[in-house]
Design a protein around this ligand. Structure first.
Ligand SMILES: [Zn+2]
Length: 362
């Protein structure tokens, strides 16, 4: 008698299924599993938006999976336990503030699993708790419950204070057999050199515009918007998804109006209007201006084929005529530093006004 197998069972899963692009990292990680050369410590250099978190989660799940292949089947008990955060040999460490409620902690970790490119980022003042590090270490002193790997993922490892980092170092210095620790950080600089030196690096650089565009289209974003966002999000899918709120074009238009008013119309009124913007509006104008000025820079460098405001090439051309290359580069640099300052709660209106004054002074 022939038995029918549900269609879902024929779906072939591939390595690190949820990772977009990053062929090099995926190949490297796949080989580690296939050749049974998984080290004790890996440092993923990249952000959630470039896929470092998605890769770490999929890699860990593949290690715990009870299936034969080196790919997480997504169906066995181990796979379910890992994603449900109740696998005894799998720990996920994330920075929280000291007053976080247990239910909020769990909800945040579930969100990381469900949406590894776009979960809510930890607060700036959150940290990897020393208690969690010690708890992980206690678990690591026993042999693995399920007889396989013991894994610890440390997300936003750069938000680990010295006390927790030093405790972590002990495990890295004397790692138990078949144990793996994956640290994820955007830069290695913020970590203890003694930790970094014990890790093998896996880099997750910016994604290509093509990869982002395909992903956005698959998520239902129309092609023109997807293409614009892909060219302007800096290869970071998180940033790209943040931009899909439907106001990208309005934001660009408004931002250009402010530049236009400053450069060709009523200068004083422009400053009055800038002073009245709220914080979010100021950030939007800033983000828009960055794209306009980058486009002007590209046009001056003879790379008109790479500009983001494709439909508004005439306006990009007008901007490119006003500034020289050095002025554009200096302005883009200033915008980048303002964007950095945003994380430190600097008054964005004042930042924007000082930027507009700089542009005016050229
Ligand atoms: Zn499985």
């Amino acid at each position: 008698m022939e038995c029918s197998v549900p269609a879902a069972f024929h779906i072939e899963r591939r390595y690190l299924e949820r990772v977009i692009g990053q062929e090099r990292a995926v190949r490297f990680l796949t080989e580690l599993i296939e050749r049974d050369r998984v080290p004790h410590a890996l440092l993923f250099l990249g952000t959630s938006g470039t896929g470092a978190v998605a890769a770490a989660l999929d890699f860990v799940q593949a290690l715990h999976c009870q299936g034969d292949a080196a790919v997480a089947c997504g169906r066995c008990a181990a796979c379910h336990k890992v994603t449900n955060l109740n696998h005894p040999d799998s720990a996920l460490l994330f920075p929280f503030t000291s007053r976080v409620k247990e239910e909020d902690r769990q909800a945040a970790l579930f969100q990381v699993w469900q949406s590894p490119y776009h979960y809510s980022l930890p607060d700036d003042n959150a940290a990897i708790a020393i208690d969690r590090v010690r708890e992980m270490q206690r678990q690591f002193t026993h042999s693995a419950f399920a007889g396989g790997w013991r894994t610890t993922l440390i997300l936003h490892a750069d938000q680990m204070r010295a006390e927790a980092a030093n405790a972590m170092l002990k495990t890295l210095e004397e790692p138990p057999v078949r144990s793996l620790m994956i640290l994820i950080a955007s830069h290695g600089d913020a970590l203890l050199p003694t930790i970094v030196s014990r890790c093998q690096f896996v880099k997750f650089p910016a994604l290509s515009a093509q990869d982002i565009s395909v992903e956005l289209t698959a998520r239902g974003v129309d092609e023109t918007t997807a293409d614009f966002i892909a060219r302007t999000c800096g290869g970071d899918l998180r940033r790209a998804l943040d931009m899909t709120d439907g106001h990208v074009t309005d934001r660009q238009d408004r931002s250009f109006k402010f530049l236009e008013a400053l450069l060709w119309e009523q200068e004083e009124r422009t400053f009055e209007a800038l002073a009245k913007l709220d914080r979010q509006e100021a950030l939007d104008i800033l983000a828009g201006a960055e794209i306009w000025l980058r486009d002007a820079l590209l046009l001056q460098c003879g790379r008109g084929d790479c500009i983001a405001n494709v439909a508004q090439e005439v306006n990009v051309g007008r901007l490119a005529e006003v500034f020289d290359l050095d002025q554009l580069a200096a302005t883009v640099k200033k915008i980048e530093s303002l964007r950095e300052m945003n994380h430190r709660n600097v008054n964005m209106n004042l930042g924007l006004i000082s930027l507009w004054r700089q542009i005016r002074s050229f």
